[in-house]
Write a protein that binds this ligand. Sequence first.
Ligand code: ADP
Length: 501
Amino acid sequence: MFRKVLIANRGEIAIRVAATLQQMGIRVACVYSDADRRALHVARADEAHRLEGNTSAETYLRGDKILDIARRNGVDAIHPGYGFLSENAGFAQACREAGVTFIGPSPEAMRAAGDKISAKRAAERAGVPTVPGWLGDADDGLKGVFEQAKRIGYPVLIKAASGGGGKGMRVVHEEGELQSSIEAAQREAAAAFGNSRVFLEKYISRPRHIEFQIFGDTQGQIIHLFERECSIQRRHQKILEESPSPVLTPALRDQMGQAAVRLAKTIGYTNAGTVEFMVDEQGAFYFLEVNARLQVEHPVTELRLGHDLVKTQVLVAAGEPLPFRQDELIPNGHAIECRICAEDASRGFLPSIGTIARYAAPSAPCVRVDSGVHRGSEVSVYYDPMLAKLIVWGRTRQEALERMSWALRRFVILGVTTNIDFLQDLIAHPDVHSGRVHTHFLNEHPDIGQHEVHVPTEAIVAAALADRLSKRGSSSNGKQGREVSETESGPWQSAGSWRNG
Ligand code: ADP
């Protein structure tokens, strides 16, 4: 087993991974940027190494610097978390060449999964249904695209082969918009991914997003750990995730789980991954993409199965067989996750920055909080605004929703504006209660969370006191911290596509 593992990440995921490693008796090394020198993940690690600079590009995305730190400090393995270097096949390859184990899939599997066109081809080979579309031609490019779009039928969706985080995606409703939309998507894809290749898909109206957790070991065993439904999204970013999906029948669940495993076998997948599907209004399912990493929403699966997915990742990376067989996995009850972010729902979800003046997370049976912050943490302009994840378990979906509602009411974060009120509004919505949701649900309900933030009086008093004691700025008018303009929030965008994963 590894003696020392370096976590190439920050925030809640670095802290969550450190907890498992320490429980396994493994020493935890972390890295931190200048902006993060007092961050919680640094305090939780057994040793910390500085990455000079602030932006992701200068720090957490510098695979060369991170690998150098690993080599000089006797690190056996690197856990990449999600985002940053987690799906970078070149980094996984460099780790392999340096003799440091990368805790994740092989670079080969990552390449096969990372390109949407090759993943779609693999799905077709595995007999997994894909969205009707057209992949274009490597030599002839988009010659014949007008006939192809007509054949597929409008509306069509243009997608980037290397896409992520919804970038390079355009919906086209009629032929007149096709050419200019393709050009815009190509420009966006070239700028974001260095690859302008795009392809066409039928645009599915009101799909549900349902994904399967998969796991493979180096002995060739591949299994699935059931589904998570993540249909509630904003600009392709997941907001609420749950398991089981309220709409899957046992037969459909079985079919989709088997499809996910077949696809994973086709690309020789190892370690943790997620196969994403869309399910249309008729109940037909289509392969969407493979995320070759640990997913943000993995705790939903952990609560239902009682298995630590990070521990499983570490065991498998160390060459051990999967610690469970498919027929030993029996999911229990219902789990829901909400992502707590420093953003203002009443102002177009603009990120909010500042110092956390008060932090009180809910605590009760079956309530889990994976947090990256505590009182005094700086929420800066440099990284993604997700502060914590709140995950609850209930025997039934109804019980889980009641527990989530209670936990959100007890979650107090002052000093920055958060989306907690928005989430309370969201889970109280009758359509969320009845499970009648799809990926455009929030677009169709722009009123959700559109009110001034209400902070309980006692929390304001506590914050004012804390403010006095610490002499740090925190307003007491409900709106807190400082809002960030669209241009200022630029560096957050560079964190990649993990927010949808
Ligand atoms: P990315 O990798 O950029 O996140 P995905 O392929 O995972 O892109 O798609 C992101 C989201 O876009 C999906 O969760 C779904 O909501 C929507 N989407 C993708 N493909 C289609 C489609 N063919 N029809 C309708 N919606 C789609």
